[in-house]
Design a protein around this ligand. Structure first.
Ligand code: PEP
Ligand code: MN
Length: 338
């Protein structure tokens, strides 16, 4: 439910409205909307709707069709454009993120950062806490990996994104990262979603490998409803019967999400297909379908990578990909950052 406020709703009115919401055991967040303001109230029932409707300062109550009312797209509102420093997601310029699956060493992440910078991407990625299917696989360097990633990003002048897998690590990761990634395996880790909802930093939310579009949007609703509107969605492929590729890239989800939500949507072609030679094709398909950017794995020496080497581009592969994107971007009215 969303309560729309009168343009003249004053501080005393707002205090009364927030009090009523809190009395019902719910949380309130006031945000700008059209000419006035609005309050998104996830979980509100009919009784609270009646109470609020009668309060001074309330212009009306919106009972959304979708259960993901805070992230759903209203025709009257422009799409949101979360920022990471000077980088804006969802604007005319695409945001390309690249770097290794995992931070492995100081030398490796520095080489990757320099290659990413040289290729002209806008952000550096690298996992420090890795959610691995096997407990025997490389689990990431943890805190040390965060330090190395932040250092490498600073050295080449690129903001960094890295995954957080434990609600208890959110504060630590936020100290080093410019954007926090919630991975596919944690898309429905509700305590983690709540924890990043309380954060003042943007979140990259990846679609679960077996999640529907609706479940994806509801996961985003947890973060936005928790008080953090800076969310970017990422389609990264879903499971299918066919083991020929790691996942199936759901290209349909991109324009569908862009219709359903005001949040930006980027694509991860690497985890979507799992095969290096296919990554450039999926990247271009994603841009053509309307994606606001890409997150692409690149490793200075993919054959030696401790994780996801088979799907990682080489630095020259990333260069070639970047050269091929402007034409596709231009055909759908977008451009790469100059
Ligand atoms: C990753 O980005 O390295 C990763 C683990 O991705 P996903 O959560 O999409 O599998
Ligand atoms: Mn990976």
């Amino acid at each position: 439910m969303i309560a729309l406020l009168h343009p003249e709703c004053n501080l005393r009115h707002k205090a009364g409205i927030i009090d009523a919401i809190q009395q019902a055991g719910l949380r309130a967040r006031i945000e700008p909307h059209d000419e006035g303001e609005r309050i998104g109230i996830p979980g509100a029932g009919e009784e609270l709707a009646g109470t609020l409707e009668a309060l001074p300062g309330v212009r009306g109550i919106l009972h959304q069709k979708a259960s993901y009312g805070l992230v759903s797209r209203l025709d009257s509102e422009p799409p949101s454009q979360p920022r990471v420093g000077s980088i804006r997601f969802g604007g005319p310029e695409l945001v390309i993120i690249s770097g290794p699956c995992a931070v492995e060493s100081e030398a490796q992440i520095l080489l990757a950062a320099r290659a990413a910078r040289a290729a002209g991407v806008q952000m550096l990625r690298g996992g420090a806490f890795k959610p691995r299917t096997s407990p025997y696989s490389f689990q990431g360097l943890g805190h040390a990996g965060l330090e190395l990633l932040a250092q490498a990003g600073q050295e080449v002048g690129l903001p960094v994104v890295t995954e957080v897998v434990d609600p208890g690590d959110v504060e630590l990761v936020a100290r080093y990262a410019d954007m926090l990634q919630i991975g596919a395996r944690n898309m429905q880790n509700f305590s983690l979603l709540r924890a990043v909802g309380e954060l003042g930093k943007p979140v990259l939310l990846k679609r679960g490998m077996m999640s529907t579009v609706k479940e994806f949007l509801l996961a985003a609703e947890y973060i936005v409803g928790g008080g953090n509107p800076e969310v970017v969605l990422c389609e990264r492929g879903i499971r299918s019967f066919d083991s020929a590729t790691r996942n199936i890239f759901d290209v349909t989800a991109i324009p569908l999400l862009k219709q359903e939500t005001h949040l930006p949507v980027i694509a991860d072609p690497s985890h979507a297909c799992g095969i290096r030679s296919l990554v450039p094709h999926i990247s271009r398909a994603a841009i053509a379908a309307g994606a606001d950017g890409l997150i692409v794995e690149m490793h200075p020496d993919p054959d030696q990578a401790l994780s996801d080497g088979a799907q990682s581009l080489t630095p020259s592969g990333l260069n070639e990909l970047m050269q091929s994107l402007p034409a596709v971007a231009g055909s759908v009215g977008r451009r790469l950052s100059s």
